[in-house]
Design a protein around this ligand. Structure first.
Ligand code: HAM
Length: 423
């Protein structure tokens, strides 16, 4: 019997692992440079945590959660996103001290029961940040700057940063009335989902992918028309800082996001190279009321998350080459011609690994020519041949696979030269 992985999940190996490692390492390094510290939360929470934060009427809570009961009948849910868990943990451990903002980052699997497509999985990974405890537009600007720089450092050139404000509760309430009034005459033409959204989650109609709904919404009044002076100024302050930082952005007045916790600023980083709905590589926004709603103090916060798989898929589609494929750091393959030479081989492996040189050996004996060819296709830069002659005379035969030059060095007294050659 051969089993497949469950629908919407993927196995990663080979080059994919290198891409994932590069994305994670780049993100972790940048988060640390921007002074964010890691937090690790469980893969599941009490269902209430997500239902409350993400919103009872949101698509995620209504249709996409992996919810189950434990043996004591408690309702648990595999996390569909990271923000709710981080806020729950910050309140539970009273991490909000004098020194705000608390700058946290996290990485790990998320779970959403969505219809699987390219770039849309049921288990996927995110890396994200949450800046807890600042209501300054400078905090939004820093978060957006970090998101933008991260994708630049990953090698992307054609991404667009979409930013919008969904206002404070007062302007949003006013806008809801305006929008509902606008939609009233079109009710018979709207899809069932949009009809259902009206009154409960009206803003979410902008998420609709149905062509008739999109046409109707094209001429809908924009939320910017309903923003109060304070919300308008707040958004303008962010734009002013982004200009100083030389960050290009697009004020997308139709941008909405699928979580109820957002207040004010929201943003997404979008690829114009992807036609499908899976064109958002990352997104986030401000959530000023969530802490209080979870029983914590009134602390304003903002954050974002990026999708690792979507980022990797696009890097591969666009042919973005990983830096160490480009600069070819040394990678050495030791070809041992006989198990009789194992002692000699392990002495060399120990020396190279101690000196942090990436190396491996053939654990199964094959033909020398075949081994060299294989090493070349696997991206090795050098091979070291260990045969009768080398072992009897304490030599190393080193072949450079980039230019096919070969040299012999003494293993006894030319170790420094070996390192020089391979580093
Ligand atoms: P989100 O926009 O739902 O935001 O997810 C962030 C990113 O995760 C998306 O842009 C996408 O790249 C990836 N993603 C989402 N769903 C899937 C899926 N089914 N398959 C593959 N990738 C996916 C959040 O999750 C918020 N918690 C972000 C945030 C943090 N807001 C404030 N702080």
């Amino acid at each position: 019997m051969i089993y497949n992985s469950p629908r919407g999940t993927t196995d990663y190996y080979g080059k994919d692992i290198k891409y994932i490692e590069f994305i994670l390492n780049t993100a972790r390094e940048m988060f640390k440079i921007y002074n964010y510290e890691e937090i690790v939360t469980p893969h599941f929470e009490y269902t209430e945590v997500f239902a409350r934060a993400v919103g009872e009427n949101s698509e995620i809570v209504q249709k996409e959660m992996f919810t189950f009961q434990d043996k004591k009948g408690r309702s648990l849910t595999l996390r569909p996103e990271g923000t709710a868990s981080v806020v729950r943990a910050v309140i539970e451990h009273k991490l909000f001290g004098e020194n705000l903002p608390l700058k946290l980052f996290y990485a790990g699997s998320m779970f959403r029961y969505e219809r699987p497509q390219k770039g849309r999985m049921r288990e996927f990974s995110q890396i994200g940040v949450e800046a807890i405890g600042s209501d300054s537009p400078a905090m939004d600007a820093e978060i957006i700057w970090l998101l933008n720089s991260l994708f630049k450092n990953l090698g992307f050139k054609n991404l667009k940063l979409h930013i919008n404000s969904i206002g404070c509760p007062q302007c949003r309430k006013e806008y809801m009335n305006v929008l509902e009034k606008y939609l009233k005459p079109y009710e018979k033409d709207l899809c069932a989902d949009c009809l259902n959204r009206i009154g409960k989650n009206t803003l979410r109609v902008f998420d609709c992918k149905v062509e008739t709904c999109r046409k109707i919404l094209k001429n809908a009044p924009k939320i910017s028309g309903s923003l109060c002076e304070k919300c308008k100024k707040y958004l303008q302050d962010i734009f002013d800082i982004l200009k100083v930082l030389d960050i290009e952005y697009f004020h997308n007045e139709n941008l909405v996001r699928g979580f109820d916790y957002y207040t004010g600023t929201i943003f997404e980083i979008i690829s114009s190279d992807i036609e499908s709905a899976q064109n958002a590589l990352g997104g986030g926004g401000r959530y000023d009321d969530l802490m209080e709603e979870f029983g914590g103090p009134k602390i304003s916060s903002t954050g974002f998350a990026i999708g690792i798989e979507r980022t990797m898929l696009l890097m591969k589609d666009l042919g973005i080459i990983l830096p160490n494929f480009k600069n070819k750091t040394s990678k050495v393959y030791l070809i041992n011609m006989s198990s009789r030479f194992n002692e000699y081989l392990f002495g060399i492996l120990k020396f190279l690994r101690h000196n942090k040189i990436i190396c491996d050996t053939n654990f199964n004996m094959k033909n020398l020519g075949k081994e060299i060819k294989w090493a070349q296709t696997e991206g090795y830069s050098h091979v070291i041949i260990i045969g009768e002659n080398e072992v009897s005379n304490n030599l190393l035969t080193i072949k450079d696979l980039n230019n096919f030059t070969q040299m012999q060095l003494s293993w006894l007294n030319e170790k420094a030269k070996v390192l020089d050659l391979l580093k």
